[in-house]
Design a protein around this ligand. Structure first.
Ligand SMILES: [Fe+2]
Length: 188
């Protein structure tokens, strides 16, 4: 008897992070930043910056996220360190090609401004070897070439394992989308 065995389910943690103090800090940081990196799909990104006290709200959410993975209830808190942070500003038509954040452990994005139509973030099944390959779209198995769209709203926070492939669809609005990206490391 033949059968399909389905495994490797992925999940993204989605929550709301409302913190005007940190948000305003990052918006000011972006407004005053110099030396932007122009991105291939359009938009601008700051250079990586290190952890600041305003980033603590992110790590608190990571602690909550990772607590769902602990093997034993009541295990000691993990040491979560913010490794890289960056700010990105996208305008109409801007997009982001498919990528991952390996070799980091966990990554995320906090939407500081997310006007309607600013571009969905799409998570895609597979690993780095299938990035950009059109071949798999010929198969009907929904698990073989599946993707999941999330329409971002202001204050949405997404946390996910860094290996997950994702991209951003083109923005259909001329209002800025501004988000904070980050990678974290986890220590016992
Ligand atoms: Fe990313």
């Amino acid at each position: 008897m033949s059968k399909f065995i389905t495994f490797f389910v992925s999940s993204v943690y989605k929550t709301k992070l409302v913190n005007e103090k940190s948000k305003n800090y990052f918006l000011d940081y972006l407004a005053n930043a110099k030396g932007f990196i122009k991105l291939h799909g359009g938009g601008f990104e700051t250079a990586f910056f290190k952890h600041t006290p305003e980033c603590d709200v992110i790590l608190n959410e990571f602690q909550e996220y990772l607590s769902h993975y602990r093997k034993k209830p009541g295990s000691h808190a993990l040491k979560i360190k913010g490794k890289d942070y960056w700010l990105r500003r996208n305008e109409g038509g801007d997009f982001m090609s498919i990528h991952h954040h390996v070799p980091d452990s966990f990554s995320g994005v906090w939407y500081l401004k997310a006007p309607k139509g600013c571009g969905n973030i799409v998570f895609q099944n597979g690993d780095a070897s299938v990035m950009g390959s059109p071949n798999n779209q010929h198969f009907d198995d929904p698990h073989f070439w599946s993707m999941f769209r999330i329409t971002p709203e202001e204050n949405d926070l997404l946390l996910f394992p860094s290996h997950m492939l994702h991209y951003v669809e083109p923005s259909k609005t001329n209002e800025d989308r501004i988000c904070l990206g980050f990678n974290v490391t986890v220590e016992q």
